[in-house]
Design a protein around this ligand. Sequence first.
Ligand code: NAD
Length: 420
Amino acid sequence: MAGDYNPYNEMLKVLEDAAKKLGLKENDYITLKYPEKELKVAIPVTMDDGSIKVFEGYRVQHSSVRGPYKGGIRYHQNVDVDEVKALAALMSLKCAVVNIPYGGGKGGVTVDPTKLSKGEIERLTRSMVTQFFPIIGPNKDIPAPDVNTNAEIMGWFVDTYSTLKGELSPGVVTGKPIALGGSLGRAEATGRGIMFIAREVAKKKGLTLKGARVAVQGAGNVGGVAAKLIHREGGIVVALSDVSGGIFKEDGLNIEEIVTFLTAERGRLLKDYNEPGLKRISNEDVLTQDVDILIPAALENQITEKNADKIKAKIIVEGANGPTTSAADAILDKKGIILSPDILTNAGGVVVSYFEWVQNLQNFYWSEAKVNESLEEIMVNAFNSVWATAEKYNVSMRVAAYMVSVERIVTAAKMKGLAN
Ligand code: NAD
């Protein structure tokens, strides 16, 4: 992690704040500060050259108070237990704020997958599933894709788990290929959820998506899809960036064409895209454009005390996990910028994962229209609960979202006799 930024501590600060505002005693929520279980495993993999390498993997199960643990598994060289712990806790809060019957978990393997062949990644995945086998399952802990893991990897996951279990178990992971029990609408669900939340926040500010000027940091599964769907609602996406830098066009970028360009081949970047009237800007400049809506949808720790003062957007909707630090939150709040937090805004992915799991358990599959309608209903209800809490207690949407989720978890814990 860069500098002093510790994602677990960031989460704890907001948790304490929300619990105090709810009038909770530490006894009521102390268990939320500690993950229920942390498993560290060694994952041996036979490499293409015949040597054996051992990678370290983690599965953190934060809370099972409201249902089985739910959360992705990432493959990244920077994975460490603190990061996985923070992300696991955020999953408990995310599932509670949208009121789906899951707890939270997260997993990771410390590996740079760009250095591995496809065969090595497949063997790594199968070896990891074998190590995680005793603690996962459709009614225990249901992983999903995260950074550098995808539907193909989830297919190997289901195959290995089902072999060990002795029965086909598609419900052990979500984010699977459609042919293996994946859900229609899952691939676009996070971006679609962001569009719904942006629309609802805009309404509260007397704006509509139609005609709103929008800047998006990140043009991947989250940022690219959110930009495309907002554009389809009549939004004018003036700025967009990816790891190669940013692009800007005063009267709006041709988002459909950009997304088609980026997704046509693996590894395509914005630096190689062009259209008449397009200007190149830095990634930092994308965040500080004069827009109505800003969507950080790339990485954590992007809006900090160093640039928060320069933000001109009226509304920020967090597509990425943890893009804004707590110090920046305070500055944005003073400037009167409304910020819709990650645990609410980007929950569309886990909501449709829940629909995928329900379809697997029932062996009954939904149309894409039903998935999208049900997603909209859940996202709008969650937004309304958070907004009402923010108004009632006069707190930011972030604190309100934590209040809604902490209250739901603590209520369930009390009914189990786990809190005073
Ligand atoms: P992705 O890999 O598809 O896309 C990431 C994008 O960010 C790419 O366009 C990449 O070029 C860009 N990027 C990387 N470094 C950058 C930089 N320094 N400056 C600007 N852009 C940069 O990943 P994704 O699935 O879109 O996830 C993005 C974020 O959203 C992550 O924080 C992830 O944890 C979070 N998230 C994803 C989902 C999901 O369903 N995919 C759900 C919830 C949260």
